[in-house]
Design a protein around this ligand. Structure first.
Ligand code: AMP
Length: 553
């Protein structure tokens, strides 16, 4: 912060930007507004912002009773459900740090992330208990496990010390008042996907979380408001569900959480039955919803949907998807750019005043861009020497970012260690920024494979493949896929005289990686293209196999 000794200070109140103040505001001003979620068995649980506030205060007291202290990490392994939302408030507002674990990872990966975060209490959804037990069986430290259900719904377990969440909440009095916290206090911990080495923890603060959520409500971002019924598709273990659990409480939107059922039919039913006006998620999830609507809904039923806006990010939004939303439902799509390290929303694509009346083809081009930077952040393009230029320079280079909700250093590392001397964080994406400030991602510097909203590490898969004795060299690339955006393709060079069947290789890989990481196809080649320094030239392979899984590409 710049300081000028001679400047006069303003005479305005200065209150810390805390998560406790967000849920208090929701309880006071739109306490009766609904929060809805789906249990694992498909039944619905209905609550209100006032009840979420009340129960998160009970949770805070219960966390004291469990012997946890301010600053302690509290882990969650759960879907988008109301109890998870209560953790989103009760844990940070009481001074602890919510560490969200991704249940789609392999047991060993979850164990690594849990151990790195250091939580000693884990809240787990009932259908994920078996996974949690598998993780804890290979974890060194003792962990108290709370299952997010009532005692009568507790799943069978080998442990006899499990706590039922509803017992815990019922036994605790609501905390009278949230503790006074410095707004820079850590609030939640979320790990990157670890494609270039071990996953890294991003430690959000109350201040960064509140400022980010406030910006989501602005008209050029999500324009989230009290008129919205919002369907939350980004998992609550991915970058705080893009901040919407906090933004909805601020403005008084009705929040609908889909639980574990993310198939087209279930989501279409939620759009219809909960009168959803706004939703968000990675592009992939929308393909199955639109397929479902196209197949099953009459024009009248489509017209009855109240959906107005859809916000997409995490991967480039295909033009075809923008077009389809418009043709099928008359819905506006917004594209956003961001990443775990940036909370995530930094840039959003919505037309400006001067685009009014432009032909649809041009608007489609515009909406295919990654977005304009929101106030609170700054983006630039860095050349190979680290010189940064802003919008309009027409340079292509590393997309760098700095701002109120951008990390300065990973969990366990020195503060500031993720930044260059000017305070820029290198996103790892390659981009151009036009004169209006629209960011266009031209490439990604990592070779990660994006399958749906999830990332698959090519390095991990390659390492697993070369562990097979018949394999001399392996390369894994992401290949365009009509449904999942990208799926892995494994290219193998075999040892002389060796052979391995596709089934045998898949069986081998299954021992090392999660099932959904398994390559969609395996191709044996005589040799792979290499750079002078011996690295496989993946860009060449990607070009060569572009049509392998989707001939339309
Ligand atoms: P994550 O940290 O998992 O949220 O992934 C962040 C990465 O997703 C970014 O570094 C980009 O590579 C990619 N990404 C996010 N939004 C977009 C977008 N609108 N267009 C293209 N790539 C995107």
């Amino acid at each position: 912060m710049g300081k000028d000794e001679g400047a006069m200070m303003g005479l305005m109140q200065c209150l810390p930007l805390t998560i406790g103040s967000v849920i208090d505001h929701a309880a006071r001003n739109h306490g009766a507004t609904e929060v809805v979620s789906r249990r694992v068995d498909g039944s619905f649980e209905r609550s209100t912002w006032a009840q979420v506030a009340q129960r998160s205060r009970r949770l805070a007291t219960a966390l004291d009773a469990l012997g946890t202290a301010p600053g302690d990490r509290i882990a969650s392994l759960a879907w988008n459900r109301i109890p998870h939302l209560e953790l989103y408030y009760g844990v940070p507002a009481s001074g602890r740090v919510l560490h969200t674990l991704n249940p789609r990872l392999f047991e060993e990966q979850i164990r690594y992330v849990l151990a790195d975060g250091g939580a000693r209490v884990l809240f787990v959804d009932p259908d994920l208990l078996a996974l949690a037990e598998g993780v804890l069986a290979i974890h060194d430290a003792p962990v108290t496990v709370v299952v997010l259900c009532a005692r009568e719904d507790m799943p069978a377990s080998t442990r006899d010390d499990l706590i039922a969440y509803e017992d815990l909440i019922a036994a605790a009095d609501p905390l009278a008042a949230w503790p006074d916290l410095d707004e820079r206090t850590a609030s939640s911990l979320c790990y990157t996907s670890g494609t270039t080495g071990a996953p890294k923890g991003v430690l959000y603060s109350h201040r960064s979380t509140v400022l980010h959520a406030m910006s989501l409500m602005t008209a050029d971002s999500m324009a989230l408001s009290a008129r919205d019924n919002a369907l939350l598709l980004p998992p609550m273990f991915h970058v705080n569900s893009w901040g919407v659990p906090y933004g909805s409480a601020m403005c008084g939107a009705k929040l609908v959480l889909p639980g574990a059922q993310l198939d087209g039919a279930s989501l279409h039913a939620l759009l219809r039955d909960e009168a959803i006006t706004f939703s968000l998620g990675v592009p992939t999830v929308w393909f199955s919803i639109l397929d479902q609507i196209e197949r099953t809904a009459t024009a009248e039923e489509r017209g009855a949907l109240r959906l107005e806006r859809v916000f997409m990010g995490g991967a480039a939004t295909p033009r075809a998807l923008v077009q389809r939303f418009r043709d099928l439902l008359g819905v506006e799509t917004m594209q956003a750019w961001g990443m775990t390290e940036t909370s995530p929303v930094v840039a959003v694509t919505r037309p400006m005043g001067r685009h009014h009346g432009q032909p649809w083809e041009e608007e489609l081009d515009l909406r295919a861009k990654a977005g304009r930077c929101l106030f609170g952040c700054e983006v630039g393009v860095a050349d190979a020497d680290g010189n940064v230029t802003g919008p309009g320079a027409d340079a292509v280079g590393a997309l760098v970012v700095r701002g109120h909700w951008v990390t300065n250093g990973y969990f366990g590392k020195e503060p500031g260690s993720a930044l260059d001397a000017q305070g820029w964080f290198d996103s790892g994406d390659i981009a151009r920024i036009d004169a209006d400030g629209f960011v266009q991602i031209t490439d990604r510097s990592k070779d990660v494979i994006k399958s749906g909203g999830e990332w698959i590490s090519s390095i991990d898969l390659e390492n697993a493949a070369v562990a097979h004795p018949a394999v001399k060299e392996a390369a894994v690339i992401g290949v365009p896929h009509p449904r999942w955006q990208e799926r892995p393709l494994l290219l193998l060079v075999l040892q002389p005289g060796e052979a391995v069947t596709r089934e045998a290789m898949l069986a081998h890989l299954t021992e090392h990686v999660a099932r959904w990481w398994l390559p969609d196809d395996i191709v044996t080649v005589d040799e792979l293209p290499h750079t002078g320094s011996g690295k496989v030239i993946k860009s060449e392979l990607r070009d060569q196999y572009r049509h392998h899984l989707d001939p339309a590409q």
